[in-house]
Design a protein around this ligand. Structure first.
Ligand code: NAD
Length: 328
């Protein structure tokens, strides 16, 4: 058992993408545990408000910078104990229009992080990957050992490349990498994803909800606090070594929910039971969408960690938090 974060020296953690949805929850958790945090974020999809409450905290430092600026990364990362790398292009559909967005922000961005770590001697990395690396694999459930990995989106290709670079840097340059393939992560402060979209659309038009696809897309949904907790658990409990300098984990719940059920829960949470649901049709919500994802988190489960909420519970909690946020 190892426990790198909580030590008397107040470990220093650099969180890339720390002004984003998941990143800001990582920041909240680590600050509450006494760590010193530097956030590096270009605020492309992240928001300063997400970290606003911490701006006066002497243990918190915000750098507005870009992953593609290696000098800035080197300067920012130097002296930290851990890099928690979450910054990426997160507009999956947008990446199909601006076709170099994932290449730049996922592949080059991750390479820059690794290179900055190599050059400054920072050893530990937590990397946010995604279940999209499995593409349309028929495996059920998708396990870390599932292959071949053939992504069906440029975002998925970017994430899989990121994993490959993390692995190579760990094996060549003495880094240690904990990589996580997330299910859909939901909760407060999110700015994208199906639950966010449904709450936003229903606030704009309480009479009708447009649903992309046929609504039969089925996926697992994980609350953001549980996503952060799972990463921290693995980081603290999986001791990597020279022989095995990196590892990859699915971070998910074993339960799933369909888009149709999500629409019904969101309508119920908002108290709009008269709202009509209109489906645009088609198996995929958009090009590159994987219609059915069943991700097993058995590896983390064997280590003693599992999600506390089912997908349906997570959707209900996230919808009510988002509804409150959008009202404020
Ligand atoms: P997000 O868009 O809220 O966070 C991404 C953050 O990275 C933003 O704050 C953005 O401003 C920043 N960023 C983007 N490009 C940057 C660049 N070039 N330089 C510096 N900062 C940059 O999205 P999120 O949902 O919080 O995602 C966090 C991570 O988790 C991402 O790597 C994403 O791919 C991964 N992930 C998320 C989900 C999910 O369901 N939310 C699922 C799988 C994987």
């Amino acid at each position: 058992m190892v426990n790198q974060i909580v030590n008397p020296r107040r470990p220093a953690v650099c969180v890339t993408g720390g002004a984003g949805f998941i990143g800001s929850h990582v920041v909240d958790r680590l600050l509450s545990e006494g760590a010193r945090i530097t956030v590096l974020d270009n605020l492309s999809t992240g928001r300063r408000e997400n970290v606003e409450p911490h701006l006066g905290n002497p243990r918190f430092h915000f750098v507005q910078g870009d992953l593609l600026d290696l000098d800035c990364l080197r300067e920012t990362i130097a002296g930290h104990d851990l890099v928690w790398h979450l910054a990426a292009n997160t507009d999956i559909r947008g990446g199909t229009i601006q076709t170099d967005a994932d290449l730049k922000n996922c592949v080059m961005g991750t390479w820059n992080v690794l290179e900055a770590m190599r050059l400054t001697g920072v050893r530990d990395l937590i990397f946010a990957s995604s279940g999209v690396v499995y593409g349309d694999s028929p495996a059920n459930p998708l396990l870390e050992s599932t292959g071949p990995l053939l992504p069906v989106s440029l975002y998925g290709a970017g994430k899989l490349s990121g994993e490959a670079f993390v692995s190579a840097y760990c094996h060549l340059f003495g880094l240690r990498g904990w990589m996580f393939r997330f299910a859909n992560v939901i909760g407060s402060r999110t700015n994208h994803g199906v639950v966010h979209d449904f709450v936003r659309k229903l606030r704009q038009n309480p009479r009708e909800l447009e649903v992309l696809g046929d609504g039969y897309q089925v996926k697992p949904y994980l609350l953001v606090e549980e996503c952060v907790d799972g990463m921290l658990y693995a980081y603290r409990n999986v001791a990597l070594s020279v022989e095995q300098p990196c590892d990859v984990f699915n971070l998910s719940t074993d339960t799933t929910i369909s888009v149709r059920e999500i629409a019904e829960i969101v309508i119920d949470v908002l108290g709009l039971n008269q709202a009509r649901i209109r489906y645009t049709g088609g198996r995929r919500g958009w090009p590159g969408d994987a219609p059915v994802i069943l991700m097993g988190a058995a590896k983390l489960c064997q280590l003693g960690w599992s999600a506390r909420h089912s997908s349906a519970e997570a959707v209900r909690i996230a919808a009510s938090r988002l509804a409150q946020e959008m009202r404020a």
